[in-house]
Each structure stands twice: as structure tokens, then as C-alpha cells.
Design a protein around this ligand. Structure first.
Ligand code: HEM
Ligand code: NAG
Ligand code: NAG
Length: 336
């Protein structure tokens, strides 16, 4: 009886202990304010609808708005944290956005944020109250949802950074030829685990890639095999047709051959069938460490959506500036 009681007590203490442990595990800057979903409750209560209307108008003009904005958010967060530094223009072509990796960031993603910022600032109460970093986070949620993906609450309270360098891009972004160890390492630097890697890679369910990013896989894979053996042979031939050797470098093809304009879990079924466009996509299925997650997301759009929301929320916390750090940029393309 006594033993039984002891067990009960220690079990009921367990949650408390776990809480205490996780508290002490938070980093040294624990004094920094955290992001919250109602950050603009008093300063700009309509921020969500203002951003959403602007994004919706842009999305109706061109679908490219969706992948371009989503990728912009990812790149912003991985380079110097989610501080909209990716939006900064530079006079000498040395900013983040000038890195070759920005090719597909061109135009529509930036334009979406600029327009949403103008919509927010057109409301006198909101003028210069909402950061470009938060507008990008909200616009990202909206494009995901407009393309058929989940709607989720966005944590807010980020402030804008003042610096942007091309050099910081080089070290920070994953490459399409990364293997799983490399993916795990670079995502872990931002507090994201292997499940997050798989879920976030599901973003490749929409959008385009230039042929150069995967041409090695279809023409020049290895001395033993010109085509990557993990590629579905039929898909490899289709890719060769869309991307002939002397292809116009501006040509970009759909990354999800099944449902290119819908944010859904078809990406994961593509991987099961050898139709992952990049090595970094296909490896998620070929490597046994991530295969179970791929199979789960392939079989359940709900499971994918839940994991994606959890992962993109974690992504949105990476390196954020809060409190009195950073600034609220007046013009998203320039520090104040
Ligand atoms: C896992 C590592 C990743 C690698 C190696 C990778 C690599 C790439 C590459 C090479 C492209 C094609 C760019 C071009 O040719 O223009 C691309 C496109 C894209 N990526 Fe990723 N990516 C990764 C993760 C992510 C994540 C986490 C997201 C967002 C959450 C994302 C969203 C996108 C989108 C939406 C596009 C299409 C862009 C467009 O159509 O404009 N990617 N990615
Ligand atoms: C990854 O992190 C999420 C929380 O964001 C958690 O639910 C999941 O269990 C973690 N997965 C692994 C493999 O650690
Ligand atoms: C939108 C944007 O800034 N695109 C730039 C991407 O990088 C190339 C150089 O690598 C620039 O020429 C583009 O202007």
C-alpha cells in the first residue's frame, strides 16, 4: 500500500519536475520576451486581415506568390534568424538577396511583403507598428493556406534586423545535393529535428526549380551510372525532356509533378515512387532514419499538416529579435 502511494506521488510530481528541468534548460537570454499570437492586440488589432487581403490579392494575380513567399521565409530564418534581413537591398550587390540561391526568390515573394506592409501601414493605428519579419511570417501562413495547406496561428513579436550579407548565406543554407547527415546537422543548428526536416521539406509540394539544381542526377551522376539510381527511370527521362543539356538557365520546372499547385502530401508519395526532384528530397525516403516519417505523411495529409505547422512554428522562432532589439523598419528593403 505504502509503495503504491509513493509511486502515485512521484508520478504526480513528474510533470512538475519536467517543467522545472525544461525551464532551467532555456538559454541565457531567457529574459528576452517570447513571441505571442496576440502581440499586436492593442497596437494593430486588424493586422491579420490587413495582411491576408493583400496576400490574397497578390495570389489571385499569380500563383508564384505562394512558393516564392514560403521560400523567402525559410531563407530569411536560416540566415541571421527571422528578422527580414533577406528583404534588405544593398547598393553594392552584397546583401543576402544578391546570393545566387535567391534566383527563385525573385520578384513575387518580396513584392508580397512590400504590398502587405503597405496595406498594414495604410491603417493609421498600425502605421510603423508591425515588423517586416512578422508580416513575412503572416504572409507565409496565408500563402500556405491559400494554396490548400493548413491554417495555423502565427506567433508574433519579431523585430527587424539591420544587417544583411551575402557571405552569411553561403554557410547557412542546405544544398540540393545534401545527404541526411548534412540536413540533420544544418537544421539542428536552428533547433529543428529530423521530423521537422521531413515535414518542412514538404514545402517542395509547390514551386519550381531551375534545371541546374538537379541536372547532375539525370546526366552525370557517377562514373558507374549517368542517372541517379534512386530516381524513378521514367521520371528521369521526363526530366531530361524538360531539361535538355543545353537548357535555357531561366527554365524552371515543377518540383511536385503530381499536384504542383496544391499544398498537400503528394510530395511524400512522390518520394515513395522515386520522384523526389533533389537528392535532398529523395534521401528522406532512401535513408531508413527518415523513411517512417515520409511514409506517415504520405498516408495522412492530417499528420503532415500537423507536423508542418509544428515545424514552421519552430522555424519562425529561429534567432528572432524581440523587445527593444532590432527595429520596426519603415521600408522593408532598407534599415531605418
Ligand atoms: C531540406 C533542405 C532544402 C533544400 C536543399 C532546398 C533546396 C531548394 C532548391 C535548390 C530549390 C530550387 C531553387 C531554384 O532552382 O530556383 C528550392 C525551392 C523551393 N524551396 Fe527548398 N530547400 C530545402 C528546404 C526548404 C524548406 C524548409 C522550405 C520552406 C519551408 C522550402 C521551400 C521551397 C519552395 C517553396 C521552393 C520553390 C520556390 C519557387 O518556386 O519560387 N525549401 N529549394
Ligand atoms: C521533434 O520535435 C517535435 C516538437 O517540435 C517533437 O514532437 C518530436 O517528437 C521530435 N522528434 C524527434 C525525432 O525528436
Ligand atoms: C530578387 C533579387 O534580388 N535577385 C538577385 C539574385 O541574385 C542575382 C545574382 O546572383 C541578382 O542578379 C538578382 O538581382
Amino acid at each position: 500500500m505504502r509503495n503504491h502511494q509513493t509511486t502515485l506521488i512521484s508520478l504526480s510530481l513528474l510533470p512538475v519536475l519536467v517543467l522545472l528541468l525544461s525551464n532551467t534548460a532555456t538559454p541565457a537570454n531567457a529574459q528576452q520576451p517570447q513571441l505571442t499570437t496576440d502581440f499586436y492586440r492593442t497596437t494593430c488589432p486588424n493586422v491579420e486581415s490587413l495582411v491576408r487581403s493583400a496576400v490574397q490579392a497578390k495570389f489571385r494575380q499569380t500563383f508564384v506568390t505562394a512558393p516564392a513567399t514560403l521560400r523567402l521565409f525559410f531563407h530569411d530564418c536560416f540566415v541571421r534568424g527571422c528578422d527580414a534581413s533577406i528583404m534588405l537591398a544593398s547598393s553594392n550587390g552584397q546583401a543576402e538577396k544578391d546570393h545566387p540561391d535567391n534566383l527563385s526568390l525573385a520578384g513575387d515573394g518580396f513584392d508580397t511583403v512590400v504590398r502587405a506592409k503597405a496595406a498594414v501601414d495604410s491603417n493609421p493605428q498600425c502605421r510603423n507598428k508591425v515588423s517586416c519579419a512578422d508580416i513575412l511570417a503572416l504572409a507565409t501562413r496565408d500563402v500556405v493556406n491559400l494554396a490548400g495547406g493548413p491554417f495555423y496561428q502565427v506567433e508574433l513579436g519579431r523585430r527587424d534586423g539591420r544587417f544583411s550579407t551575402i557571405a552569411s548565406v553561403q554557410r547557412s543554407l542546405p544544398g540540393p545535393d545534401f545527404n541526411l547527415d548534412q540536413l540533420i546537422t544544418i537544421f539542428a543548428k536552428h533547433g529543428l529535428n529530423i521530423t521537422d526536416v521531413v515535414a518542412l521539406s514538404g514545402a517542395h509540394t509547390i514551386g519550381f526549380s531551375h534545371c541546374s539544381r538537379f541536372s547532375k542526377r539525370i546526366y552525370n551522376f557517377s562514373p558507374r551510372s549517368r542517372i541517379d539510381p534512386t530516381l524513378n527511370p521514367q521520371y528521369a527521362l521526363q526530366l531530361r525532356q524538360m531539361c535538355p543539356i543545353k537548357v535555357d538557365p531561366r527554365i524552371a520546372i515543377n518540383m511536385d509533378p503530381a499536384t504542383p499547385n496544391t499544398f498537400d502530401n503528394a510530395y511524400f508519395r512522390n518520394l515513395q515512387g522515386g520522384r523526389g526532384l533533389f537528392s535532398s528530397d529523395q534521401v528522406l525516403f532512401t535513408d531508413s532514419r527518415s523513411r517512417a516519417a515520409v511514409n506517415l505523411f504520405a498516408s495522412s495529409n492530417v499528420a503532415f499538416s500537423q507536423a508542418f505547422v509544428q515545424a514552421i512554428t519552430k522555424l519562425g522562432r529561429v534567432g528572432v529579435l524581440t523587445g527593444n532589439r532590432g527595429e520596426i523598419r519603415v521600408d522593408c528593403t532598407r534599415p531605418n
